[in-house]
Design a protein around this ligand. Sequence first.
Ligand code: ADP
Ligand code: MG
Length: 271
Amino acid sequence: MAHLAQTAPSPGASARPLLDVRGVTLQYRTRHHLVTATHRVSFQVCKGDRFVLLGPSGCGKSTLLKGVGGFLRPVEGTMTLQGQEIRGAGPDRMMVFQEFDQLLPWKSVRQNVMFPLVTGGGLSSAAALDRAMKYIVKVGLEKFADAYPHTLSGGMKQRVGIARAMAMEPSMLLMDEPYAALDALTRRKMQEELLVLWNDTRFTTLFVTHSIEEAIVIGTRILVLTPHPGRVRAELNSVPDGVGSPAFAALQRRIEDMLFAPEPAAEVDHA
Ligand code: ADP
Ligand code: MG
């Protein structure tokens, strides 16, 4: 596949990370149980990163996203976004959902992107229209502003979904296994689309997947989590080479070995 620049715009060694997660333990308290979903997880996401949380089902990836989203408070550790402790949900962290359930079919592209700006963003319709068009242009869909979702390809729908999230001007996009339900070919197309779009717009994303291959394709950085409860097994740089290249295969094997081997100390690649 065409592979694009993997490295984030250099934030500089001294730059403060956008998101700083330190020693975070997240739990669910049900009537009869206390479930520890993640144990003392730490990672840092810089502006422009495509930061991937990778691990087997049940290791707490979605729970971590809920934590970052502000829907679940840590019982231990801290999470800060731009230096401010995360205390609740906010429009500075937008969740991007699977392409097939995110757009309102009876609204045009423009109306879909405007909708949350008016209902959630408190913008007047004139301001929302301006803002929506700015992001529709940014994702290259200006010719389709009046089109309805059913007339668009999957990749275009994803662009609309991302334009809609980006129009809220969040500091990061949270993506929880957005392609998990797609067939392999469609998934590959959507991954490529996302990389092309990232190359144009340089959004920051925290992207969850259980697929090693997807993590390497999408990520600039990859946080490998152990099975339940999720702990950090490794934090790795991805590789710029495409699927099937020796570097890609080597990283894939390295991660496979980690996920299937017993657990020694965490490994960290230098950023
Ligand atoms: P992943 O997204 O990596 O598959 P999750 O974050 O969904 O994992 O879940 C992590 C752990 O927390 C699992 O053991 C899961 O059963 C548990 N869990 C998730 N949501 C809840 C909930 N609402 N109440 C109780 N336990 C939960
Ligand atoms: Mg999940």
